[in-house]
Design a protein around this ligand. Structure first.
Ligand code: ZN
Length: 113
């Protein structure tokens, strides 16, 4: 079975569109996951207290001298949408950072905050 040049050209165009769409959705998914992680950790740390009683300085105290092995709510793995390698998102204090899995080294790339 063979295809005409025209349908092959259209297929190639579809491929590009689909690939771009997937990249866009992956970026959006990453943002949603990051946002969800922040929201989850806010709810966890606050124990559902009213927002005015949440103290960021208290969160920092909780982690002073702490280790990087934390509960699953404070870390999760995902792939970096810039380098496409697996990274581990960890919450240290009240900030999230990207780390190399099973290492204390931070993941470095242009997507890093
Ligand atoms: Zn990266």
């Amino acid at each position: 079975m063979s295809y005409s040049d025209d349908s092959l050209k259209k297929a190639a165009e579809s491929k590009e569109r689909l690939e771009q769409k997937i990249i866009d959705l992956e970026v959006e998914l990453t943002h949603l996951q990051d946002t969800l992680a922040v929201v989850n950790s806010m709810l966890k740390n606050s124990s559902f207290q009213p927002a005015h009683s949440i103290s960021t300085s208290k969160n920092e105290e909780d982690y002073v001298g702490g280790s990087i092995s934390q509960t699953s709510n404070d870390s999760y793995k995902r792939s970096c949408n810039v380098c496409n390698v697996e990274i581990e998102m960890r919450k240290i204090g009240d900030r999230w950072g990207a780390y190399i899995p099973n290492s204390e080294e931070r993941h470095k790339c242009e997507n890093n905050e």
